[in-house]
Design a binder for this molecule. Structure first.
Ligand SMILES: [Zn+2]
Length: 274
């Protein structure tokens, strides 16, 4: 069991500062423009897990909001002075070794967790990370409303998979954005039921990713998008095994000459069937 944070939780402080006439004397915390999902999708797994550990064991102390920043004293082997922006949790500072080098550290992420959770406990689902596309193995079709929601979510995630046009200074930010987009897409597709209809959506997604790389100017030299494409292909192979009707959805992959060869296992399945 995780220990509770030692200092009063945010909402306890908020209640204490809420006078009887219903108007707060001071605004304690400004709302962050990010939420827990943003932190989960945009932070690497190891840093996120360490940050959760710090947050849950009450190591984030003396949290205050100053202007557009939260500040705190995060306890570890030493105590670190940490700050993160209310607009972007990657903008901030920490007195630890990584923070001094302007690298996002577990202390900054722990403070960001405190800010979005307002000191409240994280549930198991909150802590769950799905940075890999997995098959739900559920079989059912989606309603019209669900389809609309899914398409919107995919379109929003695709916006993070941006072309790279800048200087070397912005290259890391661009790669972070690719990673966040792919993490978001992994989470979306891992929730998909197995059906022909969903297989069509996955094939379309695969083709869109291919276009992003071939003509969209996305620099995938770290293999982030390619990694997701490989996971999508494996997912579609699972679909074909669970429901052979899904194999029909692979047809568009045979019509074009693809440069990446991602589609090969799926084309083979289609060939073997006919
Ligand atoms: Zn740090």
């Amino acid at each position: 069991m995780a220990k509770k944070p030692k200092q009063p939780k945010f909402y306890e402080r908020a209640i204490k500062n809420w006078p009887e006439d219903g108007r707060p004397r001071e605004k304690l915390f400004m709302h962050t423009t990010y939420d827990l999902n943003k932190i989960k999708f945009a932070t690497d797994e190891a840093t996120f897990k360490r940050a959760v550990g710090l947050y849950e064991s009450g190591k984030v102390t003396e949290v205050e909001q100053l202007g557009g920043y939260y500040s705190a004293l995060v306890l570890g082997t030493k105590s670190y002075r940490v700050s993160v922006s209310v607009r972007n949790y990657k903008h901030g500072h920490c007195t630890c070794y990584l923070g001094e080098k302007d690298t996002l550290c577990k202390h900054m992420v722990a403070l960001a967790l405190y800010a979005v959770m307002e000191g409240k406990p994280l549930s198991d689902k909150d802590k769950q990370l799905s940075h890999h596309a997995e098959c739900s193995e559920r079989r059912n079709t989606l309603s019209k409303e669900e389809l609309v929601t899914i398409k919107r979510a995919i379109a929003e995630s695709m916006r993070y998979i941006k072309p790279y046009r800048g200087s070397s200074r912005t290259w890391f930010a661009n790669q972070d954005s690719l990673r966040e987009g792919c993490n978001r897409l992994s989470a979306i597709v891992s929730d998909f039921p197995v059906s022909r209809q969903v297989a069509d959506i996955l094939v379309k997604l695969l083709l869109r990713l291919e276009r992003k790389l071939s003509v969209g100017g996305v620099d995938d030299s770290n293999g982030i998008v390619g990694g997701l494409a490989g996971e999508l292909v494996a997912l579609l192979e699972e679909f074909a095994r669970i429901d052979p009707l899904c194999i029909d959805a692979f047809e568009p992959l045979c019509r074009k000459e693809y440069c990446f060869g991602w589609e090969e296992p799926l084309v083979r399945i289609l060939d073997e069937r006919s």
